[in-house]
Design a protein around this ligand. Sequence first.
Ligand code: NAD
Length: 431
Amino acid sequence: MSNVYGTLVTADPFESSTKQVNDACDVLGIKDKGMREYLAMPNRLLRVKIPVKLDNGNIRIFTGFRSQHNNDRGPYKGGIRYFDPEGGVKYMEREVMALSSWMTWKCAIVDVPFGGGKGGIFLNPKKEKLSDGELERITRRYAFMISEVIGPEKDIPAPDVYTTGREMTQIMDTFNKLNGNRSQPGVITGKPISMGGSLARNVATGLGVAYCVREASKVLKLKLKGAQVVLQGFGNAATFAGVYLEKMGAKVIGASDSKGSILNPKGMKTQNLIAHKEKKGSVVGFPGSKKVSTEQLLTAKCDVLVPAALENQINAKIARNLKCKIIGEAANGPTLPEADPIIYKKKIMVIPDILANSGGVCISYLEWVQNNMGYYWTFNEVAKKMEDNIVRGFKDTYERSKKYKIDMRRAAMVLAVERVVEAFNHKGIWP
Ligand code: NAD
């Protein structure tokens, strides 16, 4: 089973995350079963009942979770989503456990001092006809139920699937009211700017992808000037990846959205594509471009392919036909496990999702720092600091991939596990 929002390609997402931990332990020579279990299992999984009075006067009970995976390197960090995966509440429980684990590794790769957390409510706001008032009561009640385990020094949630700055503000406000009406904006990130959010958040993922692609091109001795870029899924992540890669000298020759895919080997200005999509609702029909199939887009001759739409886009067949040199995974889980060995053999460099789309968590960290010191940086200051984290994450991952002769995806996990184990070894087990 899979869902469209996460890196979930097996029936049990927590089995997937556990397997990845074990694979990294194999590479690092960590044989102790207890240590492996320590690394795989969440520290705490909280399941809460959320009773809410609906507008019609009836009471309805929702179920929520918060999984806190590991805090050896710092407070737990990770999103809160409102979602109803196919497998029901039980599946969601396994999902938040896995997603909290991936947050631990993501933070460690870019060396931000956080551990991993994830949570959410079993609820699909798009399907359910809930009023704004009902949604707010659900959100605030959930915040109340998890308030004892979150806090700026404990666990810092962020927006995720179907949640935005609005819900984050409601959670922050509830938490602050429960804590003597103190102002603690650092309890949550992804807030609107006027609530203590950080500049550069909206561009973070795309900009992070662009930084990673730039570093990959240096390693491969590929000139970014004139490099041809294909963007699958022309939304937030892809447009900003396009904007910044273009600033670095590359040109966008392909793009797609849910309505179709287009190619123009001569190049298309990202700003013009944005304007066209705004006007027509799709990139399709962009002047001078040719409409192609998804497969033709993904396997087009180019230097950089940025999958930024959905998971499971690159299967074995597509992998065999790829003609790019770099894949910058903006989306979560765009590449199926069956495709990885084929891509590695073809010497195409994959910048795995856990590294490539970590711009958001880097900015979350910087938002938290700004909140805690009560002093706010400019856009350029934030972008520069994020660049430092991501570039270091890329270089450290690449170094592991060479050292252990493994692909970048496995190398990123090895780096992450190595960093968490190092922190664990400093602290040991208490008592
Ligand atoms: P978005 O909603 O802004 O954009 C998604 C785009 O994909 C839209 O243009 C949509 O039309 C297109 N799309 C949908 N189905 C498609 C299909 N079958 N083929 C081609 N295009 C299709 O979303 P986003 O925020 O840019 O996120 C994109 C991906 O990046 C997701 O996998 C998300 O989980 C991941 N991601 C995003 C962020 C972020 O901060 N934006 C952070 C981490 C990961």
